[in-house]
Design a protein around this ligand. Structure first.
Ligand SMILES: *[C@@H]1O[C@H](CO)[C@@H](O)[C@H](O)[C@H]1NC(C)=O
Ligand SMILES: *[C@@H]1O[C@H](CO)[C@@H](O)[C@H](O)[C@H]1NC(C)=O
Ligand SMILES: *[C@@H]1O[C@H](CO)[C@@H](O)[C@H](O)[C@H]1NC(C)=O
Length: 304
């Protein structure tokens, strides 16, 4: 554990959440499904995507020829198509084809926990209507975190072009976007962006330690477009509970929560407040454990 260089606004945000935290009306709109444990086969099926999320922490010079070491070796059938970013102003990213999954893979690099908390609580943490230049036709009621949208916009056209190249080279119409932390937020927006720009494709998102990215209309839109979306949260990681619900942020459905005994459970609905799911298990970041952010996710800790 170490002290986080989090900003003032972040603590302000927390205090608001603490003082106003109470059961809300949203419970009534949650799905009436039960919280169920995943089988070991279901957990294992996520493993290649977990490695792809982790691989985005590797430098582009090593993902472009798949020479990044153990992360790359974990997915030996991958064919890289494009890599980019500088890991500073622009997070690393890569695009290519997995011949076993028969899917285009898009992955974006995340950040360490203290950095993601600063990004989230930056002056730019306010929501704005989604940019309809990139997200053509999306309603102006759909609002997203300004900082996350800015990050996604930096690589949007390069990623789109690489995805189109990969689709035609490998005759596939399946796209999976993955990522951890900030990388998950970027890839969640990429999933929406790619599904709009390439409507003939079947797109899905699998993310790890995903912060909240947008408002209720955004979460509802994601639920309607991506029924198989999955965001996997490890134990008491606090990143998935920020920015706070009281600031108008809502997760799409599809949470998988790793319990303290390493059981994975599927949490129905958006922000299920059961203590078996992140929102209920980590009511404020004071209940969180920063060390849980990087994993392990079924044995995989994020990083190159
Ligand atoms: C959470 O999941 C349970 C199933 O165990 C469900 O009954 C409940 O409505 C869901 N939503 C909330 C907000 O807890
Ligand atoms: C991959 O590219 C890097 C940087 O260009 C180079 O140093 C390395 O030898 C290459 N590795 C393989 C396996 O091609
Ligand atoms: C793990 O913990 C959950 C919640 O406390 C419990 O329901 C489940 O039975 C436990 N599973 C194992 C394998 O211990």
């Amino acid at each position: 554990m170490f002290l986080l260089p989090v900003s003032w606004s972040f603590f302000l945000l927390l205090l608001v959440d603490v003082s106003l935290a109470s059961p809300t009306a949203k419970a009534s709109i949650q799905a009436r499904a039960s919280i169920t444990a995943l089988t070991s086969a279901q957990i294992a099926a996520y493993k290649p995507y977990t490695y792809y999320a982790s691989t985005a922490y590797c430098a582009p010079s090593t993902t472009i020829n798949w020479s990044c070491g153990s992360n790359c070796e974990a997915n030996p059938s991958f064919v890289p198509v494009a890599s980019g970013g500088d890991g500073d102003g622009t997070q690393y990213w890569f695009v290519g084809y997995d011949a076993t999954l028969k899917s285009v893979i898009v992955s974006h690099q995340g950040t360490d926990t203290s950095e993601i908390l600063s990004v989230i609580t930056d002056i730019e943490f306010s929501q704005k209507a989604i940019d309809t230049t990139l997200f053509t036709g999306v309603s102006s009621s759909v609002k997203v975190h300004t900082g996350f949208e800015d990050e996604q916009a930096k690589t949007a056209s390069a990623v789109l072009s690489a995805v189109k190249t990969t689709m035609s080279a490998h005759s596939t119409t399946t796209i999976t976007t993955v990522g951890h932390s900030l990388g998950a937020a970027i890839s969640l927006l990429d999933a929406l962006y790619l599904s709009i720009q390439i409507p003939s494709a079947t797109t899905n998102f699998i993310g790890y330690g995903l912060p909240r990215v947008g408002n209720q209309a955004f979460a509802d839109l994601m639920d309607s477009k991506f029924p198989n979306l999955a965001h996997i949260n490890n134990k008491e990681d606090m990143v998935p509970i920020v920015p706070g619900e009281l600031l108008g942020y809502v997760h799409p459905s599809g949470e998988k929560h790793i319990l303290d005994n390493s059981t994975w459970v599927a949490c129905p609905g958006q922000d299920n407040d059961s203590t078996e799911c992140s929102t209920g298990d980590v009511p404020t970041i004071f209940n969180g454990d920063i060390d849980d952010h990087i994993g392990p996710y079924d044995g995989v800790s994020m990083g190159c």
